[in-house]
Design a protein. Structure first.
Length: 107
């Protein structure tokens, strides 16, 4: 199984401001997603499904999936910060805090 690169081994993405940065973030998102899906496949478990009527207790929590999930969450947040209009980012953050939701999830 391919390992997800540790955040400290990735060039400082915050110093970049170009389409290259977006492409690097997309590559991290893709790599992390593939790592997580491969872990489910290797464990013989079905991958998570948003269309499921209830959340599965079968969520796979291993060091590999935890690391990949952290990288996935960080890269998604950075990509949104890079591409979304700043006022929309602030509105989403303030609404998530007001509603008691994790950042980026709107009710």
């Amino acid at each position: 199984m391919d390992a997800v690169p540790h955040p400290t081994t990735i060039p400082a993405l915050s110093a970049l401001s170009s389409p290259t940065e977006a492409n690097q973030l997309l590559a991290l998102i893709s790599s992390s997603t593939h790592t997580i899906l491969r872990a489910y496949e290797d464990a013989g478990r079905p991958a998570p499904d948003l269309n499921a009527t209830r959340k599965s207790a079968e969520t796979l929590l291993t060091p590999v999936t935890r690391d990949a999930t952290r990288i996935l969450e960080g890269a998604c947040a950075q990509l949104c910060a890079l591409l979304a209009h700043p006022s929309m980012m602030m509105l989403n953050r303030s609404n998530s805090v007001r509603l008691g939701l994790p950042h980026g999830i709107r009710g």
